[in-house]
Design a protein around this ligand. Structure first.
Ligand SMILES: [Zn+2]
Length: 361
């Protein structure tokens, strides 16, 4: 059976398949309903399935859809893991919590952001402290987010980006754009002014599910960086920390860390990992993002700029709107059998290693 069959064509199908696969495990999923609606008026929810002992000290958590449209990838692995019965491989005493579509609005609307234009993986700074500054983004914002979408404004954004890269290098440009910013609610990679719904929902799910846990492995599924179909295991635990050492041990040294300059990802502000560490730091947390490649970074960024313009100034129901929506979906979903097979194999290998790591900790 080809693993591509686990992957869905839209949020609605992904949710139905996750719930159907979940029900066959004998456990009952819990739905957290998002206040907004989907493009066809459908209910949007984050669905949570817990398997294994309720008092487990060791828990594996998987998360799909942190970045909405990236949810096709993680959903496919979660659905396949449940449908194929691989979930039964969990060692005795290790529980699993599968969180499907933590940003259901972004998933359903094929957007990377939440219903309030927030990048969920930049929405976990310490909101009681001064928010992170991003001087690079300040210089680029006007060019990146024009009021008109035309050949001229696209070229102007490219010129501004090239000029910035000439001075700061390609990763400097990537960091300025994608590192996170807290000043432009209508801009790109906006980290928000307060915890958004998906942020609060994630922490409340973890409060509930990790009540008895001492050792927690977390896998957060992402797409859009790195070689096509390749899954980079990215950790943002502090370099040299016990948590990073566990990542190294569990995954045989096969991981990267932006804080050490070894990742395709820029250093990010306000990550979910930082927020989870702040809240659940007394537990032994071992977290990686699995980041799968789709298209080259400049194409990803242009698709994001177009989508930002569309939802701010345009109309998704026009021919241009449909073209932009197709483009952003393709930018984050390598919708081919080959890509899905690569996603599946690396995802399963990573989940198995996490379970083994938890059992041995
Ligand atoms: Zn992502």
């Amino acid at each position: 059976m080809h693993p591509s069959r686990y992957f869905s064509a839209d949020y609605r199908e992904a949710r139905e398949r996750f719930l159907a696969a979940a029900s066959r495990t004998g456990a009952t999923p819990v739905a957290e309903t998002n206040p907004a609606a989907g493009p066809s008026g459908e209910t949007l929810s984050t669905d949570v399935l817990r398997l294994g002992p309720t008092d487990a000290e060791r828990v594996l958590v998987t998360i799909s859809g942190t970045h909405g449209v990236e949810g096709y990838c993680g959903s496919g692995v979660q659905v396949g893991w449940l449908e194929s019965g691989l979930w039964r491989e969990a060692p005795e005493g290790v529980a699993q919590v599968h969180i499907h579509a933590i940003n259901p609005h972004g998933f359903a609307w094929n957007r990377r952001v939440t219903e309030d234009n927030v990048d969920l993986n930049r929405n976990f700074p310490d909101f009681d402290a001064p928010l992170p500054e991003n001087a690079g983004y300040e210089t680029l914002h006007a060019a990146l987010c024009p009021a008109e979408w035309s050949a001229e404004t696209i070229a102007a954004a490219e010129r501004a980006s090239e000029a910035y890269a000439a001075e700061h290098g390609p990763l400097g440009l990537q960091g300025a754009i994608s590192g996170g910013q807290y000043r432009h609610p209508d801009g790109l990679f906006y980290g928000g002014a307060r915890p958004t719904w998906s942020h609060r929902t994630l922490l409340s799910i973890l409060e509930r599910e990790l009540a008895g846990a001492r050792h927690v492995g977390i896998l957060d599924y992402h797409t859009g960086l790195g070689p096509y179909g390749y899954g980079e295991r990215i950790t943002v635990h502090a370099p040299g920390s016990a948590a990073e050492q566990r990542v190294a041990q569990w995954y045989g040294g096969d991981f990267t860390n932006p804080l050490s300059g070894t990742s395709t990802s820029a250093v990010l502000a306000g990550t979910n990992c930082a927020g989870i560490e702040r809240r659940f730091g007394e537990r032994a947390l071992t977290m990686v993002a699995l980041e799968y490649g789709t298209e080259p970074v400049p194409e990803i960024l242009e698709a994001l700029r177009a989508d930002n313009w569309l939802h701010r100034h345009g109309d998704p129901a026009t021919p241009l709107g449909r073209e932009i929506k197709a483009r952003i979906r393709n930018a984050f979903y390598g919708d081919t059998d080959r890509w899905k097979q690569d996603i599946w194999e690396r995802g399963i290998d990573t989940q198995r290693r996490a379970l083994a790591g938890l059992a041995g900790s």
